[in-house]
Design a protein around this ligand. Structure first.
Ligand SMILES: [Fe+2]
Length: 264
């Protein structure tokens, strides 16, 4: 699946609007500065390097993050309706965690984790457009994401640390120490990690369905992107989606990025 240059641009504008609307100062300014610094990279990043995973196409990362934010908002309402103690975390903590849960996928300051596939056989026969950049030293996605945030002076709360660290739930065995405790005092004191995990799981499953179910059924028709129902207006500090454009397509810093977008 491919996004158009306009969809990539709209998604980026939406991501910036989410920060503007939901993150309080001075963290908001630090986040906006960070995202602006790495805009060219983050805007075009896939959410994964293998097509069998989810959203492995240009712009797939931001599209995935926006879906996780939407799903987290809906999960928030569900958990609240069912009587979860919502006083154990803030709505800003939920949005901050969803926004940055996969940030570690970007790689380090100098190098991207996912780079264009150089093996023509793999590209043509297996359809792999990306490969993992072996120059980037290994770290788990949550560990790298938290490292990037702290190295840019972006503070996070204990709840946010826990949610980002455990967003893969028990799909990551490293999370057993947080999520498989049977002693009440050792269980998380907030539902935030579970809400984020459910939102991420939901988003990744939907992305799998959009990419693969038509192919598995032999349906060559493209499927709807599922955009257009992003309403975050029913919580404090939230506002309805606007069509504000913060960056025109012609203002990218990098020529190669402009060329890549033009070819989409
Ligand atoms: Fe994710």
């Amino acid at each position: 699946m491919n996004l158009t240059a306009e969809q990539i641009q709209d998604n980026w504008n939406e991501l910036m609007r989410v920060i503007e609307t939901n993150i309080s100062s001075p963290r908001k300014e630090k986040l906006l500065e960070f995202y602006e610094q790495y805009a060219d990279r983050l805007m075009l990043m896939p959410a994964a390097h293998k097509k069998e995973y989810h959203n492995a196409f240009p712009g797939g990362y931001v599209e995935h993050v926006l879906r996780v934010i939407r799903c987290a908002n809906k999960q928030y309402n569900l958990w609240e309706d069912e009587g979860a103690d919502m006083s154990t975390f803030t709505f800003e903590e939920l949005i901050f965690s969803a926004l940055n849960h996969d940030l570690g996928k970007m790689g380090d300051e100098e190098q991207e984790s996912y780079i264009p596939q150089t093996d023509n056989w793999r590209k043509e026969k297996l359809g792999e457009d990306y490969m993992f950049n072996t120059k980037v030293p290994f770290a788990s996605v949550p560990d790298r994401g938290l490292f990037i945030l702290q190295s840019h002076g972006i503070q996070y709360t204990f709840n946010e640390m826990l949610a980002i660290q455990t967003h893969d739930g028990l799909y990551d065995k490293a999370n057993e120490k947080y999520l498989m405790n049977y002693m009440p005092e050792q269980k998380p004191r907030t539902s935030l990690p579970f809400i984020l995990h459910q939102a991420d799981l939901m988003a990744a499953r939907i992305e799998f369905e959009r990419e693969w179910l038509p192919k598995l059924k032999g349906d060559k028709k493209s499927v709807d992107t599922g955009k257009g129902n992003f309403t975050l207006g029913n919580k404090p500090n939230m506002s309805k989606k606007t069509s504000t454009k913060t960056k025109a397509l012609g203002t990218f810093k990098s020529d190669s990025l402009k060329n890549m977008l033009d070819s989409l």
